[in-house]
Design a protein around this ligand. Structure first.
Ligand code: AMP
Length: 399
């Protein structure tokens, strides 16, 4: 079975073609600047040099057509006919409280994703363009939608209801939804496999640390709490997002500077976090470099990030009443040796004995706790595309 996985943004389309007989990636690529001047498609057939083409790409339908053209190309292609394609899987950011798992796409599902647009006004419409483009170009191809929020639908109300008047939840669906669910589900399951233990028996804290970050309490394979919420701001300090702040701070800044909600939203999403604290960059590598040269605000940003991660690990261990593993993933989690070191060094009181000599890895699966540690500390590179491809097979293979 060959499965095409698509991740559509408002002006971009990322894709991977999987051969699911052995879960290998045959080709992948990125279409950028769709509908904007300077559009380009970068296509990589596994084992070959990337092929980059600059050409006008007015909309997502055209982008999908170009992707299929590349997949069929005599030199850089991997398919001899589109009939070899069995299904397509799509990453959808928000499934609201309607989608608690992946689903086969039909007209009702498209409507369901549209209904959730108010909860993710930037992402869901962009994700839908991919589904609609595929329906236009290959109407017979089965399609599956995989939601970033779905994994967190197992949270109990005590974790997802906010302490504002209940009607905001019951009438307006304002609650914690959580994100990065596809990644979290992958790394939690993979960590259990690596430990050779059933996931049902494990209490884990997963740390998805990237430009956007979330920490999740995974009890018996189910999300029971997560640090992102109704939106993608709360939790730990991120690249440009502030993480948890006292809501009064927001009200006070708005009042003081006469800001409207849109201006305040920009500050919280784009001018805060590691970037806002350091005044240097949102990229952790730049911050580590500046801190090493003695920049105090860069050091403060690092200290805050480490402190926030530890605070959540402790809180979630208490919330689950135990801890068996802490899992690090995404850009910083997989590559940030220094951050992992600073987080893991003082966790012995929780039963986690860090092994610094094992922590020298970037982007590789690795146990970084001592052999006699009761709690496993682990690096598990994420693979959201593979989860989407697997769900796509699961929901379409019967045909
Ligand atoms: P992501 O959003 O998952 O792509 O992660 C992006 C973040 O990962 C950025 O803050 C990068 O600075 C960080 N990152 C990538 N490589 C490294 C590295 N070698 N050391 C520290 N941080 C890294």
């Amino acid at each position: 079975m060959k499965v095409l996985v698509l991740n559509c943004g408002s002006s971009s389309l990322k894709y991977q073609l999987f051969d699911m007989s052995d879960e290998s990636v045959l080709a992948k690529g990125l279409v950028e600047r769709i509908g904007i001047e300077g559009a380009r498609i970068k296509h990589v057939k596994t084992g070959m040099e990337p092929v980059v083409s600059d050409l006008p790409i007015p909309n997502h339908k055209k982008a999908v057509e170009f992707v299929l053209e590349r997949l069929l190309d005599a030199q850089c292609g991997v398919l001899s006919s589109l009939d070899e394609l069995s299904a397509a899987g799509h990453r959808i950011v928000h499934g609201g409280d309607r989608f608690a798992s992946s689903v086969r796409v039909d007209a009702e599902v498209v409507k369901g994703i549209e209904d959730v647009v108010p909860l993710a006004p930037l992402h869901n419409p962009a994700n839908l363009t991919g589904i609609k483009a595929m329906i236009e170009v290959l109407p017979q191809l089965p399609q599956v939608a995989v939601f970033d929020t779905a994994f967190h639908q197992t949270m109990p109300p005590k974790a997802f209801v906010y302490g504002v008047p209940y009607r905001y939840y019951s009438e307006h669906k304002i609650r914690r939804y959580g994100f990065h669910g596809t990644s979290t589900s992958y790394v939690a399951n993979r960590a259990a496999e690596m430990l050779g233990r059933p996931i049902e028996s494990l209490k884990m804290v997963t740390c998805h640390l990237g430009n956007g970050s979330s920490i999740t309490a995974v009890d018996g394979g189910r999300s029971v709490d997560t640090s992102l919420g109704f939106g993608t701001i709360p939790g730990i300090l991120m690249g440009t997002r502030c993480g948890d702040v006292d809501p009064v701070v927001i009200l006070s800044i708005m009042e003081e500077e006469g800001l409207d909600p849109k201006e305040m939203s920009h500050i919280l999403h784009k001018e805060s976090g590691v970037f806002g604290i350091s005044g240097i960059s949102s990229d952790l590598r730049d911050i580590e470099e500046a801190a090493a040269k003695g920049n105090e605000r860069a050091q403060l940003a690092l200290d805050m990030l480490v402190y926030h991660i530890k605070r959540y690990i402790g809180a979630y261990a208490a919330a689950m009443g135990g801890l068996d593993a802490v899992v690090f993933t995404a850009g910083i989690g997989e590559n940030g040796i220094q951050i992992r070191d600073a987080v893991c060094r003082d966790l012995e009181f929780l039963g986690a004995k860090f092994a610094p000599e094992k922590n020298k890895v970037r982007g590789e699966e690795q146990l970084i706790s001592a052999d006699d540690s009761r709690v496993a500390l682990m690096v598990v590179p994420t693979n959201e595309e593979l989860v989407i491809a697997r769900d796509t097979v699961r929901l379409t293979a019967a045909e």
